[in-house]
Design a protein around this ligand. Structure first.
Ligand SMILES: Nc1nc2c(c(=O)[nH]1)N[C@H]1C(S)=C(S)[C@@H](COP(=O)(O)OP(=O)(O)OC[C@H]3O[C@@H](n4cnc5c(=O)[nH]c(N)nc54)[C@H](O)[C@@H]3O)O[C@H]1N2
Ligand SMILES: Nc1nc2c(c(=O)[nH]1)N[C@H]1C(S)=C(S)[C@@H](COP(=O)(O)OP(=O)(O)OC[C@H]3O[C@@H](n4cnc5c(=O)[nH]c(N)nc54)[C@H](O)[C@@H]3O)O[C@H]1N2
Ligand SMILES: [Mo]
Length: 763
């Protein structure tokens, strides 16, 4: 166990990348005891044509990859999967589930890869090995007795397009549309916000657009930690003189400066490249106001230019031909006062106009964003505002410009593409009915928040998890965990042990699967799978590492066997043929989505992937009006709650040493926090104002006013450069503080970037 670590919270002076990332990598490889030859062999295949696609983030894979087309965190994810540690049935003989519940997330996953199918035995409070046949038969028998509309089929965004297609078909043939995925906690705000504004639920740019853009506006995305390969195109942009304007409450190192580990001169001389040309520490939830300020400046500059007969600033031809609602929005922007904008954004008029001037003089602008915009009560307004800004000068649907949301899990976007969605209108239900001769459910299913509510009110009967760590990723964990154990059946398909597995339903199975890096041998030979990245490009991926255990089954096989055990035979669906050769699943995907997946099997190994297409990128707007929509926000503040004395806006953050709930270690290098994750990052004035000193121990208490006590104790105060009133702490440790009801309107993404909290000093 790991509680004797040395704690160090001195600020980090180095750049992102560089020798620091090399050292961090070497450490994790040594710790996982992966033989160096194996590591090197696998890393050399990472993100390469005919290789495997990284299991970490969804950043694009260039057609001409670098010699080493991986980053520190991608390599960590590889080592994490290749680990030589194993969690065997013997491990569970030694540890009861109650005991394991006291372990930290890090220690649970560090124990190694799961090796055998397991069933929870309530009498001994232990997991015990079972045969696959027994597990499938029992799961099927249970599912047959439930109301399908009360069964949750969750997916975390890693499983392939093939698995995801089979999984969503299985759920629907069973009668359930409850298909939430991790996207519900993540970029669903993008899916809803971009769809209503530009008619496309995903980003509009290609990776190559970074070669021709002349400015980048960056909101709430932590590139250095969460999509580090993006640092290469960003560095190339910086080298070309592209202006990079960042809005983030925290000074994230990867957005400040970067040393390219693949550049021998930078590595030898210790030189780094400055990334952001302007860095604006906006208040948490203050982006609507900041963007409104930029829109106001741009529109008023245009008003003045036209009054003087000078060239227009706005792209009036584009506005007239392609947009709807401009006049109403322009009036709103003109009528918004700079006082309100300054107060709500926490930025000065000068800072905002400096940014706006760059916008006005740039011809090709890319807007990048991540969780800093999506995880707020008014997250949709955030996304809409960014679209508004981009529309003003026609920056969507032309080369070198467009919307660039950075997706999370490596195939999270793809899962939605092939049917994992609780929204019936997003799945081709009529075609599925025709292809497979069954009656698909037509009612809307539960998303993640609704699934949580269904567990809270007792209406959910069973949970199937295709990967992920659901109960650890969601809000309000302390309230939900006890009720989780009332579920009649819980089934987790997983590679490693995590906290969700330690909350067994009345009947509970833990099914270990192959990872993407491993050889997947089926009747027709070794299989490849496919994934879709943030740019809507689709790639083949082939694992070649030796499986962690001979008892593992592939995800498609597990889904197929569960389906066969649950559903009446259907001559139109040959699950066995699909498993025997995944090319057959790809043919089925092509038949279901002919536009996006034409010649799917032939295009599997296209260098750089093949593009599934995007109407908005061609200025075809699939919106209600048939045009790109300007949307006015409800207000200027995205948090959804008022400021009051003693109340802070809590941002739940990822460290550089984690992948979501998978904790690789205790070193958030770029933020200079080592040895602990139990911290709260606070502004010096706030520390003094609360009568605290650095290093004090405090508790955070929920302050949402719903009379439910929420608290997290034992957090160490760290002085940090964040705006006053805004504090940061790590996810998932602080998820207990987020009420399930505190989510983005419409998209239902838990509002983990602005949570109302109070502070209490430990006595
Ligand atoms: N190594 C690693 N890679 C990952 C992940 C991981 O955990 N580890 N997770 C993956 C997943 S699933 C996802 S979704 C992505 C997440 O990647 P990101 O989108 O980068 O998500 P976060 O790190 O949660 O937060 C992003 C940034 O938002 C800023 N922020 C917080 N509040 C605000 C605000 O109100 N306004 C603005 N402008 N900024 C704000 C924070 O300071 C932080 O820098 O990364 C993926 N890649
Ligand atoms: N407060 C707060 N909460 C958040 C967030 C936040 O920023 N703040 N971020 C949210 C976001 S963006 C997301 S995406 C969610 C993440 O939520 P999830 O996607 O549910 O969680 P992960 O931590 O990615 O899941 C890790 C587990 O996946 C399993 N796994 C890994 N690889 C494989 C595989 O190949 N196959 C299978 N079957 N299983 C595998 C392992 O058992 C591992 O323990 O959390 C959300 N929760
Ligand atoms: Mo995510």
């Amino acid at each position: 166990m790991s509680d004797d670590r040395e704690i160090d919270t001195r600020p980090y002076q180095g750049p992102a990348g560089g020798w620091g990332s090399m050292k961090s990598l070497a450490e994790i490889n040594a710790r996982e005891k992966v033989p160096p030859v194996e590591t090197l062999r696998e890393l050399s295949r990472q993100n390469k044509p005919e290789g495997f696609m990284c299991v970490s983030c969804a950043w694009g894979k260039p057609a001409k990859p670098h010699l080493a087309e991986f980053c520190e965190n991608g390599a960590k994810a590889t080592a994490w999967e290749l680990t030589s540690f194993r969690v065997t049935p013997d491990f569970f003989q030694q540890h009861t589930v109650s005991e394991l519940l006291t372990w930290k997330d890090f220690d649970l996953e560090q124990a190694g890869r799961l090796t055998h199918p397991l069933k929870y035995d309530a009498a001994t409070d232990k997991y015990v090995a079972v045969s696959w046949a027994e597990a499938f038969a029992d799961i099927g028998a249970h599912l047959k007795t439930y109301d399908p509309t009360k069964v949750i089929f969750y997916a975390s965004g890693r499983a392939s397009l093939e698995t995801s297609y089979m999984y969503s078909l299985y759920a629907r043939m069973y009668g359930s549309q409850n298909l939430p995925d991790s996207s519900n906690m993540c970029h669903e705000t993008t899916s809803v916000g971009l769809k209503s504004a530009i008619g496309s639920p995903v980003g509009t740019i290609h990776l190559e657009d970074y070669e021709t853009c002349d400015a980048i506006f960056f909101f709430g995305q932590n590139t250095g930690s969460n999509s580090p390969r993006f640092l290469h195109p960003l560095k190339a942009c910086a080298d070309r003189g592209v202006e990079i304007i960042t809005f983030n409450p925290l000074k994230e190192r990867g957005l400040e400066r970067f040393t390219d580990p693949q550049n021998p001169i930078q590595m030898a001389t210790g030189k780094s490249t400055q990334i952001s040309t302007q860095y604006h520490q906006v208040k948490t939830g203050g982006d609507i106001a900041a963007i409104m300020g930029m829109c106001k400046y741009t529109i008023e500059l245009d008003d003045a230019a036209r009054a003087k007969g000078e060239p227009a600033v706005l792209d009036h031809a584009f506005l007239a031909e392609h947009t709807h609602g401009f006049e109403a929005f322009a009036e709103r922007a003109r009528n918004t006062s700079w006082d309100d904008i300054e107060r709500e954004s926490g930025l000065s008029v000068k800072a905002i106009t400096d940014a706006a001037k760059v916008y006005c003089r740039s011809e090709r602008v890319i807007a990048v964003y991540g969780m800093g915009l999506t995880q707020h009560r008014h997250g949709i307004d955030n996304v809409h505002m960014l679209v508004n800004l981009m529309l003003l000068r026609g920056n969507i649907g032309k080369p070198g410009a467009g919307m660039g949301p950075v997706r999370g899990h490596s195939n999270v976007q793809g899962q939605r593409t092939v049917g994992i969605t609780e929204k019936p209108e997003l799945a081709p239900l009529d075609l599925l009915k025709k292809l497979y001769d069954f009656e698909p459910p037509r009612e809307k299913g539960w998303d993640t928040v609704e699934a949580c509510e269904a567990v809270l009110d007792g209406s959910a009967q069973a949970f199937i998890g295709l990967g992920g760590n659901f109960t650890r990723a969601i809000p309000d964990q302390a309230r939900i965990e006890p009720l989780w154990r009332q579920l009649d059946l819980t089934v987790s398909i997983a590679t490693k042990l995590n906290r969700s597995h330690l909350l067994p339903g009345k009947t509970c199975y833990l099914l270990p699967c192959l990872g993407r890096i491993e050889t997947d041998m089926q009747a027709s030979g070794p299989q490849a799978v496919t994934i879709e990245d943030s740019f809507s490009n689709i790639y083949g991926s082939r694992g070649k590492a030796t499986p962690a255990s001979e008892h593992l089954l592939s995800e498609p096989m597990i889904v197929a066997e569960m389906a066969k055990a649950t559903l009446a035979p259907n001559p139109k669906v040959n699950w066995d043929a699909w498993v025997a050769d995944y090319a057959n699943v790809r043919d089925a995907i092509e038949a279901t989505y002919p536009d996006m997946f034409k010649d799917f099997n032939q295009r599997l190994w296209t260098p750089g992937g093949f593009w599934k297409g995007n109407a908005a990128a061609h200025r075809q707007w699939k919106t209600e009006s048939g045009r790109a929509e300007f949307n006015c926000p409800a207000g200027l503040n995205a948090t959804g709650f008022d400021e009051k004395a003693g109340r802070y806006r809590l941002m739940t953050l990822r460290s550089n040493d984690q992948f979501n709930t998978t904790i690789y270690g205790y070193h958030d290098r770029f933020r200079g926090i080592k040895g602990t994750r139990d911290v709260v990052l606070m502004n010096a004035a706030d520390i003094a104002g609360a009568g605290l000193a650095e290093g004090d121990t405090v508790s955070l208490l929920g302050d949402s006013g719903d009379n439910i006590e929420r608290r997290v104790d034992g957090l160490r105060v760290v002085r940090y450069d964040v705006p006053e009133g805004c504090i940061g702490a790590y996810y998932p440790e602080c998820n207990d503080l987020i009420p399930v009801a505190h989510h983005a309107l419409e998209s239902h993404v838990p509002a983990g970037k602005s949570v109302p909290v109070r502070l209490e000093k430990a006595s």
